[in-house]
Design a protein around this ligand. Structure first.
Ligand code: SAH
Length: 240
């Protein structure tokens, strides 16, 4: 009886289930091998040339950011459902968006749509100073927890509406939007430094075109187009 009570108490506290080393132990040589194959595919078949992007994606254990039922497929070029009816983007989309951003060490990056945190982790591994916003509380909480477990440190993580950006921390070198916006969020362009870049999918809910805006002056932008994609929608206001 006493023994059962003691066991309940320690399981109830659950301390040894949440300690960091467990996540790290779950990144095995098999995962690492599959990850390397994915990175080779991104380089050779998708044409990703930025070695910093490839190195970062070789480091981030994508299988720990998704439901364990999808673990065996985590290193295929596939999107998966995550909490709150959202999706983790295809690795090729993450790689393409990150390459378009031309990230340099120490740059201040604003990311809209933390989701499960995978893209954030890639940017952090590239030694960027990442400020990230998520409007879904479940995903904000999930990403916060996995960052802690994996010792991934974005500069600032916010639960809020990305349309407003983060004026307190502006200006940013780069802005990355990981959800599809129907209209251009002009507030985000304002928070960009002159010379800075914003990568954003724009269009209706069923498909968007990926754009890169480069800020030439306070009022002038260069706009480049990079093909059709399908992202979850960028929605107004935060959700509980
Ligand atoms: N980069 C993410 C992709 C997640 S999908 C990953 O690697 O998992 C895009 C995310 O954008 C979703 O989590 C969605 O909730 C979020 N989102 C949509 N509109 C938003 C808004 N206005 N502000 C902040 N996040 C938003």
């Amino acid at each position: 009886m006493i023994l059962i009570w003691i066991l309940n108490l320690s399981f109830g506290n659950c301390t040894f289930f949440t300690k960091e080393p467990i996540a790290i132990m779950r990144d095995t040589y098999v995962h690492k091998g599959k990850r390397k194959q994915l990175v080779d595919y991104l380089h050779q078949k998708i044409g990703i040339a930025d070695s910093l992007v490839l190195a970062a994606m070789n480091e981030v254990p994508r299988h720990l950011f998704i439901e364990s039922v999808f673990e065996d497929y985590a290193y295929e070029d596939r999107a998966f459902p995550i909490a709150a009816k959202q999706t983790i983007s295809h690795p090729s989309t993450v790689a393409e968006q990150t390459e378009l951003l031309a990230v340099k060490e120490g740059e201040k990056i604003l990311e809209i749509g933390t989701g499960c945190g995978y893209q954030t982790a890639v940017l952090v591994k590239m030694k960027a100073l990442v400020y990230t916003i998520e409007r879904q509380k479940d995903l904000f909480d999930f990403s916060h927890k996995i960052f802690k477990e994996l010792d991934i440190r974005p500069k600032f993580q916010s639960f809020g509406d990305g349309f407003a950006g983060l004026p307190t921390f502006a200006p940013f070198d780069k802005v990355l939007v990981t959800c599809g916006a129907e209209m251009l969020p002009t507030e985000l362009l304002k928070q960009l430094k002159v010379g800075g870049k914003m990568v954003i999918p724009l269009g209706k809910t069923d498909e968007q075109i990926l754009y890169r805006f480069t800020k030439i002056s306070d009022t002038q932008f260069e706009k480049e187009e990079f093909g059709v994609y399908k992202f979850v929608p960028m929605l107004q206001n935060k959700s509980h």
